[in-house]
Design a protein around this ligand. Structure first.
Ligand code: GAP
Length: 447
């Protein structure tokens, strides 16, 4: 993972947030190639979850919400991680994670007593990561919601507003708007990609655990008790989506939760085998029953019952959720594509074998020689033509071998070289990233 993180920095995929001020833990900025990759992942996610599904719509809701939303959702009361503080230097750690490191299974959904019993028995062997001493406080729950202020509420001395702890709440708040305005009937799905913010006690593992991140969510509204079949189908579809975009099957698995988060009746994770970190969650698939709509109906006073247009049955739909961290997907795709290959001359080449749909740059166009104006001119023409349809890069810097290596490292599937033969018969030398084989084709044949 260290190598992948270095590549991300070196090649402009991801940088530490507020870098020039020393950086802030758990915040990251995506550079130019990172932004392209991120957008391609989101585009594929949208294609599969909205475009190819007749009964799904997409929305984009405001991040700030009426503060009562987070009380109704259960986040103000129950969205917490267990924290312990070093009595010597006051460093804070996440108790379940520290226990996990010494092989004791624990998670944030355990009861206070369960967790503190485990903590007290085992923490004598856990050194403070900052000062190295062993003197821990009792574990206490630490709320993860990030507070902010918004004139209307804060000026009146009312409760703080919160940044979204999970992106999906905007979907529940608009469920009635969607039914009233879209020609849609239960069962139907709503998709949204949105930001989430969590006051993680110990942000760690690069993009894996951040304080600000994006979630790509779908919420599928079904008739009560008609959840089982679609739940199985959704789980499989989401699993296959990763495989379809090139993730190796041996690196992906589905795992059921043993301890459930407050809103879920059943929960599964799609886990990816991250280098250095091992198998961990990329996407959560949750059977949320009628929890969310019932809570919002109670707190808002608005009737959120659905009336079946044919049978006139009245009910609160149950919700099946898929929620993927976009940064974790990004890291999984990068890790799976990251390849080191030994070449015939003993050198090593680094290649990102990303699926072509995800690759940040689709074609890199090179004139064979920089100092031959006729080659440069023709290469510029090819670049301009291809750029009309694809994200391309022009490069005339350094020898051709170095230019290939640079493109391999950022995952460009095809390099297109304009050489002397191009000037004679119009063909371009096209080199494949993975096989390094070259073929000659006409410009019109590309793409
Ligand atoms: N609406 C459901 C929900 O928020 P979750 O399991 O807490 O469920 C869903 O989060 C996904 O969001 C996770 O599978 C993970 O990919 C991503 N995620 C959660 N916390 C994260 C964090 N601190 N940093 C980066 N991604 C995170």
């Amino acid at each position: 993972m260290e190598d992948i993180i270095n590549l991300c920095k070196r090649r402009g995929f991801v940088w530490q947030g507020s870098d020039i001020y020393g950086g802030v833990a758990g915040l990251y900025d995506f550079g130019p190639y990172g932004t392209l990759l991120l957008n391609n992942i989101k585009a594929e996610w949208r294609r599969s979850n909205v475009q190819l599904k007749e009964n799904y719509v997409e929305i984009d809701s405001a991040m700030f919400k009426e503060p009562k939303v987070w009380v109704a959702s259960g986040h103000v009361g129950g969205f917490s991680d267990p924290l312990s503080e070093c009595r010597v230097c006051h460093a804070r750690v996440r108790v379940d994670k520290e226990l996990g490191k010494i092989g004791v299974e624990a998670d944030e959904k355990m009861s206070d007593t369960e967790l503190n019993t485990l903590w007290e028995v085992n923490n004598k062997s856990i050194k403070c990561p900052v000062c190295g001493k062993i003197d821990w406080t009792r574990a206490r729950m630490f709320n993860l919601l990030v507070k902010s202020n918004l004139g209307d509420f804060t000026d009146k001395g009312e409760s703080p507003v919160y940044l979204p702890g999970e992106a999906c709440q905007g979907i529940y708040l608009n469920y009635k708007n969607i039914i009233d305005t879209c020609r849609i009937k239960v069962p139907f799905g709503v998709a949204q990609i949105g930001k989430a913010f969590r006051n993680e006690i110990s942000p760690r593992n690069f993009l894996f655990r951040c304080r600000e991140f994006e979630q790509a969510d779908t919420q599928y509204f079904v008739k009560p008790h008609e959840n089982e079949k679609p739940y199985q189908k959704i789980k499989q579809e989401r699993f296959d989506w990763y495989l379809g975009l090139g993730i190796r099957k041996e690196n992906l698995r589905l795992k059921q939760h043993t301890h459930l988060v407050f809103y879920a009746n059943d929960a599964w994770d799609i886990e990816y085998n991250f280098p250095s970190y091992g198998f961990d969650e990329v996407e959560g698939i949750h059977d949320r029953t009628d929890y969310d709509l019932t809570q919002h109906m109670k707190y808002s006073g608005v009737d959120l019952n659905y009336v079946d247009p044919v049978t006139k049955e009245k009910y609160i739909p149950w919700i099946l959720e898929t929620s993927a961290g976009v940064g974790r997907m990004f890291l999984a795709f990068l890790a799976d594509a990251y390849t080191l290959e030994e070449l015939a001359d003993g050198a090593t080449r680094t290649v990102l074998k990303l699926d072509e749909r995800l690759a940040p740059i689709k074609f890199a166009v090179f004139p064979l020689l920089k100092n031959k104006p006729e080659l440069v001119k023709k290469a510029r023409e090819v670049y301009a033509k291809l750029s009309e349809k694809f994200v391309c890069e022009f490069d005339d810097n350094g020898n051709i071998g170095k230019r290939y290596r640079r493109q391999d490292e950022i995952g460009t599937p095809k390099c297109v070289v304009v050489d002397f033969q191009t000037l004679e018969d119009g063909t371009l030398a096209v080199r494949d990233r993975d096989t390094m084989a070259q073929v000659r084709v006409q410009l019109e044949e590309l793409g």
